[in-house]
Design a protein around this ligand. Sequence first.
Ligand code: ADP
Length: 443
Amino acid sequence: MKKIVILGAGESGSGAAVLAKVKGFEVFVSDMAEINPKYKKLLDEHQIEWEEKQHTEEKILRADEIIKSPGIPDTTPIVKKIIKQGTRIISEIEFAGRYTSSKMICITGSNGKTTTTSLIYHIFRDAGYDVGLAGNIGRSLALQVALEPHEYYVIELSSFQLDNMYDFRANIAILLNITPDHLDRYDNKFENYADSKMRIIQNQTPDDSFIYWNDDPVIQKELRKFNVKAVCYPFSELKEHGSIGYIEQGMYTIEQPTPFNIEQESLSLTGKHNIYNSLAAGIASNISGIRKENIRKSLSDFPGVEHRLEKVCKVAGVQYINDSKATNVDACWYALESMRTPTILIIGGKDKGNDYEPIKPLVKEKCTALVYLGADNRKLHENFDSLGLPVRDTHSMKECVDACYELARPGDTVLLSPCCASFDLFKNMEDRGEQFKQLVKAL
Ligand code: ADP
């Protein structure tokens, strides 16, 4: 019997283990950390052998093939040994792809993956399609293929997942953008990271579709290196040569394959970045034959994704917005750009070597006050005090929300879009967003 070893027993690893077992392989799961009880239960239910807090080398090295969690870097000692020995390492998505002929809609990019993936899933589901959500969000693809198969899958793919994909074919591939990220895992070479993102189009045929942002210089440069076989659907903010999706005179417009439009005003997601995400999602849905009225309805009633420009509520005429996921300056830039009323910006946290220059013009244009929220706010004072806006120095969410309440006037917006990671004061960005929402609702 062929032996499959799975490294990492999270959502993807445990799902891959179940699929491998169902397909008749001898399966062994190994995790260096403690395994979440819900995954232990799943493995036990399927009589799958597992270990935690260790890697038993002789067992792992005996595998015919290894399925590795995307979170485990190639520099880990056990992975180095596997690579040296020449055993093939694949990702859970690659493995699951072998056992299904369902249509795969795959989304990658440096920013916007979760939003676009969730929006496509929303459109498909509301149109009555049999669709599963997989990849970085939802349940693992492997588990769905094993136990509850769907006709379509909408899959969020990180570059780490793409790295261990070889034969997997995306029927519809979406590449939103490529900006520097995770360079520590790519020998600090941006080109390696960009090449990794382009793996989303490998194995595509002329029957497949490739949707991408036409104005991204990195994607354009990469495209020159590849012979793209799929039908291309480039999109851009404004109508331009080559783009088949854009905004023209206030209309969100898709030319191909079926001409489609909707007033930009009716899109539920706001902000320039969400024009891109909404175009990518609309094109994928259009290609998949979803009726225009369904796409229109779903583009306009999508509730959005938590912690991403999420409207919390209005208090005393002030709109509060939670964009806790904005952990870098680029994401905050897009948030500020989308503000239409005087804004009090909450900024700060664990700074990853941020350069704040790109947002200063927008802060000057849109903000009436700044509230710094971090364990150490010195860098924020150095960067923003000179703009002459009222500023408040806070070190807890309670202090921060109180300061915002005091500064805001009816008609203003309070925006939590902190440019920074959350680990100095919070467990994670979700915890930061939750605390913000709770305190705002309690005002
Ligand atoms: P990902 O899953 O790729 O991290 P998200 O959809 O979770 O992306 O969004 C992460 C952050 O990036 C959000 O704060 C959002 O404001 C910003 N963002 C979303 N879409 C885009 C885009 N297309 N281009 C640039 N920034 C974006």
